[in-house]
Design a protein around this ligand. Structure first.
Ligand code: FES
Length: 87
């Protein structure tokens, strides 16, 4: 379980095991586009303001994964207790 803040939307949620960041934020009213939901298409790519993403999927390059300033919210998770996203 980790916390995700969508800073522009003013929404903070808890993402439990088995849930996705995208689905929990959408349920809380944050407008997020998703398509493949498998980390392939890049539709859900979002900017990371704070925290350490635990990347999943194939879309990002290794360099982007190391940099950690973007995240695929359909499938990635968090290594830090909290992620702050520019959503
Ligand atoms: Fe396709 Fe997230 S919806 S990468």
């Amino acid at each position: 379980t980790f916390t995700v803040e969508a800073r522009k939307s003013g929404v903070t949620v808890e993402v439990k095991d088995g849930q996705t960041i995208a689905s929990v934020l959408k349920a809380a009213g944050v407008d997020i586009d998703v398509s493949c939901e498998e980390g392939v298409c890049g539709t859900c790519l979002s900017d990371v303001l704070e925290g350490d993403p635990d990347h999943r999927g194939e879309y990002l390059t290794d360099e982007e994964k190391v940099a950690g300033d973007v995240i695929l919210v359909c499938c990635s998770r968090s290594k830090s207790p909290k992620l702050v996203l520019d959503l």
